[in-house]
Design a protein around this ligand. Structure first.
Ligand SMILES: Cc1cc2nc3c(=O)[nH]c(=O)nc-3n(C[C@H](O)[C@H](O)[C@H](O)COP(=O)(O)OP(=O)(O)OC[C@H]3O[C@@H](n4cnc5c(N)ncnc54)[C@H](O)[C@@H]3O)c2cc1C
Length: 396
């Protein structure tokens, strides 16, 4: 016998999108249940993004989950662009009238959101399996899943598909409804997490003839470093010594590099992809975050876009339950997509500016260097970078 429960919004996925949506709905008096196929420990330890836009930080603080973030995060006022053996600082704060970016790891955001939900008596069902969504083209959607071997059903008014790129919600929308935009970049990132104090107080984006490199950090004791590599790179070919040698070569300037080696805690390959589906909704099923779009990580937009989507979705659902109709819900996809495409463009621009394109001759490299030179010497061009990097305004 299937056990049935009821809620107002069934949320699939306890990533940043699903958890923040549940929290914002709770603040608006709307009930939800989050269904997650991984364990609490797994999602709280999953290493992913680490850079929060100003608007993301403001929202997390405003909605009451920013206490630890305020205490433990690192606020950055600029970034460095390194090319031709020299570093050039972009003063984000001066160029944007006071805006900043903040380093605070995604899994720390997850811990804060899980705690807020559980402290408020919110329902997150971890380690469920076989999740499937049904009847969302009518007024009584249902979600079916298994928990501890038992079959369960959740009846609801709306389903939020916050189940990431490999989730089931997007695939459940009937064929022919969604237009898919998909682009694979011809390179990937080899990312390492290392117990090494940051070499610089700010991020360093490096254009180099051996390929792109990015220096960033998680805390004052842990650095995150990335190297451009091939999409089918085998991690077995990257012993620690080779990683340090390559980082030293790419991050070096005419004055040398003060990179300190330390234990490598984690290594992984991140594919580079641009992906968007339109629309992000089908009747009573709404997609948010990576379920609807992926950006290459160069512009650090993935997590921030997920936050922006659910901010809009939570407001639209709250307006509906407050008796103000379906208008905002009907406009959800169009509202989100305008900003998503601008972030997609920015991520594409940073990626094409900084990476080495396999098989291409020296012309592209010279054009990239000319653009970088213009970028760091033109206030207009630096301002465009700073505005996009710290995050474009929310559009609602
Ligand atoms: C390896 C990696 C590194 C990244 N690095 C960066 C970075 O440096 N900078 C940056 O900006 N972005 C980065 N990103 C992207 C960023 O982490 C994502 O954009 C962000 O996690 C999106 O949040 P989300 O909630 O939409 O999806 P997710 O975080 O993917 O959350 C989806 C959740 O749904 C769950 N789920 C999936 N399928 C089901 C199912 N069938 N049933 C129930 N639950 C399900 C998953 O377990 C997961 O918890 C990275 C992503 C990856 C994968």
């Amino acid at each position: 016998m299937v056990q049935t429960a009821r809620t107002q919004v069934a949320i699939i996925g306890a990533g940043p999108a699903g958890l923040l949506l549940a929290h914002l709905l709770h603040l608006a008096g709307v009930r939800s249940v989050v269904l997650e196929n991984r364990s609490q420990q797994y999602i709280e330890e999953r290493i992913r993004a680490g850079l929060l836009e100003q608007g993301t930080v403001d929202l997390l603080i405003e909605c009451g989950v920013g206490e630890r973030l305020k205490r433990e995060s690192l606020v950055h006022h600029g970034i460095e662009l390194r090319f031709g053996g020299r570093g050039h600082r972009i003063d984000l704060t001066a160029l944007t009238g006071g805006r900043t970016v903040t380093i605070y790891a995604q899994h720390e955001v997850i811990k804060d959101l899980v705690k807020a939900r559980l402290d408020a008596g919110g329902e997150i069902r971890f380690e469920v399996s076989d999740v499937s969504v049904h009847d969302f083209s009518g007024p009584t959607p249902r979600v079916r899943y298994r928990e501890s071997g038992a079959e369960r059903e959740l009846a609801c008014d709306f389903i939020a598909g916050c189940d990431g790129f490999h989730g089931i919600c997007r695939e459940s929308i009937p064929a022919g409804v969604l237009t898919v935009y998909d682009h694979h970049y011809p390179f990937a990132w080899l990312g390492v997490l290392t117990e090494t104090p940051p070499v610089s107080p700010e991020l360093i984006y490096t254009h180099h003839e051996r390929g792109f490199a990015l220096f960033t950090m998680r805390t004052t004791r842990v650095s995150r470093l990335y190297l451009q590599c091939t999409p089918d790179e085998d991690l077995a070919n990257w012993p620690d010594d080779r990683i340090w040698e390559e980082l030293r070569a790419r991050l070096g300037t005419d004055g040398g590099v003060n990179l300190r080696e330390g234990p490598i805690l984690q290594k992984g390959i991140t594919a580079m992809r641009g992906f968007v589906v339109e629309p992000m909704q089908y009747h009573r099923l709404f997609l948010a975050g990576d379920a609807a779009h992926i950006v290459p990580p160069t512009g650090a937009k993935g997590l921030n876009l997920a936050v922006a989507d659910v901010r809009i979705l939570a407001r639209a659902l709250a307006a509906h339950y407050a008796g103000r109709g379906m208008d905002l819900l009907e406009r959800y996809s169009a509202t989100c997509l305008r900003r998503i495409w601008r972030a997609q463009r920015f991520s594409w621009w940073m990626t094409t500016l900084l990476h080495r394109f396999p098989g291409e001759g020296p012309l592209r490299t010279r054009l990239q260097l000319a653009e970088l030179d213009y970028l760091v010497h033109s206030k207009a061009a630096s301002t465009a970078l700073a505005e996009n990097y710290t995050g474009l305004p929310f559009d609602d």
